[in-house]
Write a protein that binds this ligand. Structure first.
Ligand code: CP
Length: 338
């Protein structure tokens, strides 16, 4: 272990009868910068803790599709010596019920109250991806699924993206910004802009919520601006502290980092009100920025959210960002193994 990085970077919570650590939100993190430092140390030396997870198993449960999250988390676990098992619950498992006290006469076959402890008996760490339904805002924003999972499995849980947040992505994003600034210091804290972009489908607010939550919590943030069309405001619980504008051009001025993401409406929940291509980030729009680096969590719809001329330019750091998913996941898993 690297003695220069303190341990205990994740909080311990009382969950049911257990005291457990989890990684479902920035609120589970004691020290963002130390966790980032740990992720970057794994990038330099991926196998430095190759025996930490020996004889331990991590379960990755997917109720929704994934490329980066499923592969990077498996690689991270294996770098720590763990056995990683992926279970596509949506396609291969019984349909799970998460609500307490329901009469299970519908489509769900197994309650998380029963499945959770079974999964907990098979694995040392459990991870789950469970997207929002985008039908009922109260249901999604109560985080019913992941909270029930945490409560009933009795093991440390990592969110692989829940109904409202994507913390592994956000830790990666802070890690990537830190890495860029370490290579080329600005001499000041960066101006970071999150801008809405068009999309053909109504998407969750998770990535935007989570990025906002982490930017507002991170000491490295200078100015944090969110730009979106009218009626696309995100939940205040995540954005409080940010400057919010409906003027994208104004927001982009002097930006050092531009994070591009679509999300569906929050107030009139889960709708597409706006698909104006003028909101797509193009090379021309970056002229007023401070030679901004452009980020996106991927997958990205080319020439809908982001133009080819941005994605194929030196502004884009989306591949570096996606590659860093491994090191962020490795930092989190190693904390949970302790
Ligand atoms: N960014 C991200 O979470 O990618 P995947 O959906 O492919 O896992």
């Amino acid at each position: 272990m690297d003695d220069s990085i303190p341990s205990g970077l994740l909080k311990e919570w009382k969950i049911g009868d257990n005291k457990l650590k989890k990684f479902t939100s920035v609120e589970d993190v004691n020290d963002i910068d130390a966790l980032v430092k740990k992720a970057l140390a794994y990038k330099v030396n991926p196998l430095k803790d190759a025996t930490l997870g020996i004889n331990k198993r991590i379960g990755l449960l997917f109720l929704n599709p994934s490329l980066r999250t499923r592969l990077s988390t498996q690689i991270a676990a294996r770098n720590l010596g763990m056995e990683a098992i992926v279970f596509n619950v949506d396609k291969e498992g019984w349909q799970l019920e998460f609500e307490d006290g329901v009469v299970m006469s519908g489509n769900t076959s197994e309650h998380i109250k029963d499945a959770g402890p079974v999964l907990g008996s098979y694995f040392d760490i459990l991870c789950i991806r469970t997207f929002p339904q985008l039908v009922n805002r109260e249901d999604d924003y109560s985080e019913l699924f992941i909270n029930a999972f945490v409560r009933y499995c009795g093991r440390p849980v990592i969110s692989l993206e829940s109904a409202t947040l994507h913390p592994l992505q956000s830790l990666t994003d802070v890690t990537t910004i830190t890495e860029i600034l370490q290579a080329k210091p600005l001499g000041r804290k960066p101006k970071i802009v999150l801008t809405w972009a068009p999309h053909i489908k109504p998407l969750p607010q998770c990535v935007a919520n989570s990025f906002s939550q982490w930017m507002n919590a991170w000491k490295g943030t200078g100015e944090f601006v969110i730009a979106h069309p009218e009626n696309y405001q995100l939940a205040e619980q995540f954005t409080k502290g940010a400057t919010i504008t409906t003027n994208q051009d104004e927001a982009l001025k002097d930006a050092d980092f531009v994070y591009v993401k679509n999300w569906s409406t929050y107030e009139d929940y889960g709708k597409i009100y706006e698909n104006d291509p003028a909101w797509m980030l193009s090379l021309d729009k970056l002229k007023t920025t401070n030679d901004a680096r452009v980020m996106h969590c991927l997958p990205v719809r080319r020439n809908v959210e982001l133009s080819d001329d941005v994605l194929d330019s030196s502004h884009s750091i989306v591949t570096q960002e996606a590659a860093n998913r491994v090191w962020a996941a490795q930092a989190v898993i190693s904390e949970l193994l302790k």
